[in-house]
Write a protein that binds this ligand. Structure first.
Ligand SMILES: [Mg+2]
Length: 166
């Protein structure tokens, strides 16, 4: 199943209130690694922390849905942001984490988007869950070696194809 993101941005900070309002989005399911923080990093970039705070102030609901197995780190980072999180491995490209996240936020799929840096997990899971999908560039080039070598190469091929479509 080839899947294309509905929207592409360079960084999560570009997914702003104007964009969300235009598309009727009030809830965001957000990937963790390389979307909100660097891969396996604990430090939240300042501009991302500010952006999350600003979205929350405007009443946007956020829920981290990550395929991590480091649950202590997940809880700690979600606590720092002060946002919902799926407390476990979200199982992307499966939909369990996303559907649970929507339920936690009390948001219907048509009012939500999945934001992430990987086509084959984040965007595919979002499409399956019936939410809008937003692909962002990975925050850092540090990555799980399998992701780097296999998924990124395939993603680039798929995205190049997307660009060349009429
Ligand atoms: Mg990621």
């Amino acid at each position: 199943m080839i899947v294309y993101p509905d929207f592409k941005f360079r960084r999560f900070t570009e997914v702003d209130q104007t964009f969300l309002q235009t598309h009727g989005l009030t809830g965001l399911l957000v990937d963790l690694d390389n979307t909100l923080v660097g891969w396996h990093a604990m430090d939240i970039p300042n501009d991302i922390a500010d952006h999350v705070a600003s979205l929350r102030k405007d009443g946007i609901h956020l829920c981290i849905t990550s395929n991590t197995y480091n649950f202590n780190r997940l809880r700690s980072i979600a606590g720092e942001f002060g946002i919902h999180f799926y407390d476990g491995n979200a199982g992307k490209p499966g939909t369990r984490g996303l559907l649970a996240g929507l339920a936690q936020m009390g948001i219907r799929p048509e009012s939500a988007a999945m934001v992430g840096d990987q086509l084959f997990t984040d965007i595919r899971a979002g499409a399956r869950a019936g939410v809008k999908t937003i692909l962002v560039n990975p925050l850092t080039t540090r990555d799980f070696i399998g992701t780097k070598l296999v998924s990124r190469t395939l993603e680039n091929i798929v995205l190049r194809g997307a660009h060349s479509r009429p």
